[in-house]
Design a protein around this ligand. Structure first.
Ligand SMILES: O=c1[nH]cc([C@@H]2O[C@H](COP(=O)(O)OP(=O)(O)OP(=O)(O)O)[C@@H](O)[C@H]2O)c(=O)[nH]1
Length: 621
């Protein structure tokens, strides 16, 4: 692996990435770098006008981000890191510097500026080497920048808003993510693609080479004579040097190249050693290790939720592990370890005063928030986790595994497994509620549905999506149609006024009973539960209830056509195998299904979250 010698230089150091950007984390860990993530608290507010160039601004911001983390870690008496990496990505167009949009209007302003034009993306990177002398932090900064030119197609206002409503632009420089939906806006890219995504990996490696393998004077002399020494601006021909500098900019004697000149025997030995060094230093398998242990992280999160740790800490002052343990009735040593890993996962803040919730925990992990994910987490903990212990059986047999968990034959999946008692039914409803709530607003606005004055959410469960439809379309009457047992418990989730007047709950079985009449039918997370014959049965029942011009809104998580990259949807399809009789599908597969049942003009919107949306119109037979 040609990159090893360079990345290997950092493997035994304490490397910190001073960035909250998940993209930077992914790029660097995919490259085999081992690092901790400590997001910088530096406010990106340098005076742009005081910089002669935009990249000067990006490099200075990157440097300040890294220095803030280096200083904070040093002061807080955490062990001083060896290397801190900071980065800042900006977009420039017509002399303007664009950073992350502050709101949707800002995103619109940015994207309309970029429409049909070429712009530059600069990422400034700072590599800060730290050392501590007599408790004083000493830093040596190495900076560089990379420029990539990107050209956008002409983009209509409608398309821009559709993209903005996907939510993708908000945490991205220039308001787009080239690696995701934003890639569709791009006509051409000149330069390093990863630089646009947020981290110029190639230039970073070259910079490491410059730092760790500076050319020796004799190398420079020989290069002039024989042109045989790898230039420092490539990292491809480097071999690691035994005992060579763990410090940057220090050249030890005895490079492979040099040894190769020490006679034939020496050359063979040197070659063998060069070879051995490269082979014995494979890239560190960071991603693989994360995958191997990922289940422990999930279970730690589930357990903290189940013990209501995040409820206890919600909007409260920090608390010590012993206090938390006594309040939730656990051992102190166990609780302390649980809290520590939650802090390392970024769910809690740990300070000398104790543990407190992060914003994420307040918003999503405490059980009472509007957008709480507590319901889905409990579902995953109490049911999915157990079912997944039978994954191997599910793969071998191609069927769900409830019978193994329940110890009996399952005749009716929903009645026997999910709705067997009011508790399990409520747990399932809470899970569905939290998932739908998360994306309901984007689903309701993914298409203009104002032409429909009535809608029926078939299998609409708690009415979470109905509530958003009613909020977005004040003239729309929405019927939530579900089994009597579900409707009975839906009162726990009743919509708040004023939308309540627009929403009606109707009890029935969508495979047997007449569907309430409506101009728009909604199937949200329904089709993926059922085998193909039942999917056809349900679609034909919906089609029969539709007049020409009526709409069908399908809300599901979409696979990509190749079934290769949409990781969350692919994972959910596996989940559907273990839990249900259904599966996830790609837009093309849904289109075929819909057209078979007389629905045409199929439009697809990827919402980039946990659900996507498809709208189709019933045509006359
Ligand atoms: O095509 C893409 N362009 C840009 C991005 C992401 O945009 C942000 C840029 O913001 P910044 O450099 O200020 O970094 P932050 O996210 O705020 O994290 P720090 O903690 O490092 O300040 C960056 O995340 C890019 O990855 C993109 O994803 N695609």
């Amino acid at each position: 692996m040609v990159l090893c010698p360079v990345i290997g230089k950092l493997l035994h150091k304490r490397v910190v990435l001073a960035s909250a950007s998940p993209r930077r984390q992914e790029i660097l860990s995919n490259a085999g770098l081992r690092f901790e993530v400590v997001p910088s608290k530096f406010k990106e507010k340098l005076d742009k006008a005081s910089f002669a160039t935009p990249y000067g601004y990006a490099m200075e911001t990157a440097k300040q981000k890294a220095l803030e983390v280096a200083n904070r870690m040093h002061q807080k008496d955490l062990r001083t890191p060896d290397v801190v990496i900071g980065a800042d990505t900006i977009v420039t167009v017509g002399g303007l510097i664009l950073e992350k949009p502050v709101d949707k209007q800002d995103a619109y302003r940015m994207l309309s500026r970029l429409s049909g034009r070429e712009h530059s993306v600069f990422t400034g990177v700072a590599i800060v080497h730290c050392s501590s002398k007599e408790h004083q932090l000493d830093t040596r900064v190495s900076e560089f920048y990379e420029e990539t030119k990107v050209k956008f197609s002409e983009l209509s206002e409608e398309l821009l808003w559709e993209y903005i409503h996907s939510g993708e632009p908000m945490d991205k420089a220039g308001g787009y993510g080239i690696q995701a939906l934003g890639g569709m806006l791009v006509e051409s890219v000149h330069g390093d693609f990863l630089n646009v995504v947020g981290f110029p990996l190639n230039h970073f490696c070259k910079q490491l080479v410059k730092l760790y393998y500076p050319p020796r004077p004799e190398d420079l002399r020989r290069r002039v004579k024989h042109n045989s020494i790898p230039a420092v601006d490539t990292f491809e021909d480097l071999s690691d040097v035994e005992g060579s500098g763990s410090e940057p900019a220090q050249r030890d004697t005895g490079s492979c190249d040099e040894k190769a000149q020490a006679g034939e025997a020496g050359q063979a030995a040197a070659e063998a050693e060069c070879h051995r060094t490269q082979e014995t230093l494979p890239p560190f398998p960071t991603r693989l290790l994360e995958l191997i242990d990922g289940f422990m992280l999930s279970k730690a999160l589930f357990t903290a939720c189940k013990l209501k740790v995040f409820d206890l800490l919600k909007d409260e002052a920090p608390q010590k592990a012993a206090d938390i343990a006594s309040k939730v009735d656990t051992s102190v040593c166990g609780m302390e370890r649980l809290l520590n890993i939650c802090a390392a996962m970024g769910l809690l803040e740990k300070t000398e005063q104790g543990y407190s919730n992060t914003e994420t925990a307040n918003l999503y992990l405490a059980s009472d928030g509007e957008y709480s994910l507590h319901g889905i987490i409990m579902h995953k903990n109490d049911l999915t986790w157990n079912l997944f212990t039978y994954l191997e059986f599910a793969i071998r047999e191609g069927t769900h595994q409830h019978h193994r968990l329940l110890g009996k034959k399952v005749e009716d999946l929903f009645q026997d497994a999910y709705y067997q008692s009011p508790e399990t039914r409520l747990r399932f409803m809470r899970a569905m509620h939290s998932m739908v709530k998360l994306t309901a607003c984007q689903v309701a606005t993914a298409f203009d549905l104002s032409r429909f004055s009535s809608a029926c959410d078939v299998g609409g469960c708690t009415g979470a999506l109905a509530r958003e439809l009613a909020r977005e379309y004040p003239r729309m009457q929405v019927t939530v149609f579900d089994l009597p047992d579900i409707i009975e418990l839906a009162a726990h989730f009743q919509p708040a006024r004023p939308q309540a007047a627009q929403i009606h709950f109707a009890a029935g079985d969508f495979f047997r009973d007449p569907l309430p009449s409506a101009e728009l039918y909604v199937l949200c997370r329904i089709l993926h539960d059922w085998p193909d014959d039942k999917v056809h049965k349900l679609l034909s029942r919906v089609a029969e209830s539709c007049k020409p011009g009526a709409g069908l809104l399908l809300v599901e998580m979409l696979l990509d056509e190749e079934k290769r990259v949409a990781q969350r949807a692919l994972m959910q399809s596996l989940d559907m195998l273990v839990q249900t009789e259904g599966r996830e599908r790609s837009p093309g597969e849904y289109q075929c299904l819909l057209e078979l049942h007389g629905f045409h003009q199929v439009q697809v919107v990827h919402l980039g979250g946990v659900l996507d949306a498809i709208l189709a119109t019933k045509v006359a037979p």
